[in-house]
Design a protein around this ligand. Structure first.
Ligand SMILES: *[C@@H]1O[C@H](CO)[C@@H](O)[C@H](O)[C@H]1NC(C)=O
Length: 312
């Protein structure tokens, strides 16, 4: 390599990196040149065959009774200070590396951050990323982890078995305030503008998750935002977090994006399943026999028993 070229290489990579950094904040869900339909042009993985989110169609989910529950350690009350940022797309909380999740196959994942996807101003507009039987839920919570065999999130994010996301849906009915969310929600006012950070003192992620952590859907997919890397082992909890309407409204109306527009509907549309199979470690309720069906089944058994006796 001649000396001019050698000098040019770092310059060129700086230029390329600069371009990437700029796109990093430029992508959007629905507006401008880099809306989600155009993500694949700048982030090729976004056009891949194993993308997330997906629709979880329960009749197609494979019940795997051998799939063990997740083991979450360090999720309970943590002392300390935890930064929370408005990154222009969502609110993100930095998590301590003492929070760990052990998957059914024994892989240990270390928590990195937690963020949210939500809908719009009216509580009728929902914003989860995964849908269940085509139904979009109100909010989706993502706890992002990296595989503990890598020394940091930065290393793991490019590895084929690098990441795992624990996801949960929020449900809103006429529930009273969920006090486990009060501190988080009151801190949103401090990070109205993108780039602003605030600090949560003390954190209990266990209490911010659904009561039942045992039942989940699992499949292999991707990050749901650019660069859409296809290295995410997804665990979507079946049970719901319950928030009050006011709490949901605050999350939907507190933060502004880079154009000073309220961040709303920050979810990606569902992606094709292609050849993937979604597994669950609990049976589909629709498949377990309803009480009416069981009533008729008992009648049939009675008739068979009657016939058997009559024939003897
Ligand atoms: C957003 O609003 C703030 C405060 O009014 C202002 O300082 C900033 O320049 C605005 N940004 C844009 C992109 O309009």
């Amino acid at each position: 390599m001649c000396s001019t070229m050698r000098a040019l290489v770092p310059l060129l990579s700086l230029f390329l990196l600069g371009g990437q950094a700029q796109h990093g904040s430029d992508w959007t869900y629905s507006e401008g040149a880099l809306d989600e339909a155009h993500w694949p042009q700048h982030y090729p993985a976004c056009g891949g065959q194993r993308q997330s989110p997906i629709n979880l169609q329960r009749t197609k989910v494979r019940y795997n009774p051998a799939l063990k529950g997740l083991k979450l350690t360090g999720y309970e009350t943590q002392e300390g200070e935890f930064p929370m940022v408005n990154n222009g797309h969502t609110v993100q909380i930095s998590l301590p590396s003492t929070m760990r999740m052990t998957a059914a196959d024994g892989t240990v994942y270390i928590a990195q951050q937690m963020h949210f996807h939500w809908g719009g101003g009216s509580s009728k507009i929902r914003g989860s990323e995964h849908t269940v039987d085509g139904i979009r839920h109100v909010i989706e919570i993502h706890v992002v982890h990296y595989n503990s065999k890598y020394k940091s999130y930065e290393t793991a994010q490019d590895a084929p078995d690098g990441l795992a996301v624990l996801a949960a849906f929020v449900e809103v009915k006429d529930y009273p305030e969920n006090t486990y969310y009060s501190s988080f929600i009151s801190h949103l006012a401090n990070i109205r503008y993108p780039g602003q950070t605030t600090t949560l003192t003390g954190l209990d992620i266990r209490d911010m998750l659904p009561k039942n952590l045992q039942h989940y859907y699992s499949y292999h997919g991707s990050l749901t935002t650019p660069p859409c890397t296809e290295n995410v082992h997804w665990f979507v909890l079946a049970d719901f977090v319950k928030l009050s309407r006011t709490q949901v409204w605050k999350l939907e109306n507190s933060l502004l994006d880079h154009h000073n527009k309220t961040i709303q509907n920050d979810y990606r549309r569902t992606q094709p399943l292609n050849h993937r199979v979604v597994e669950s470690n609990f049976p589909n309720q629709e498949y377990t026999l309803g009480s009416e069906f069981q009533f008729y089944l008992r009648k049939i058994e009675e008739i068979l028993e009657y016939l058997r006796r009559a024939l003897n």
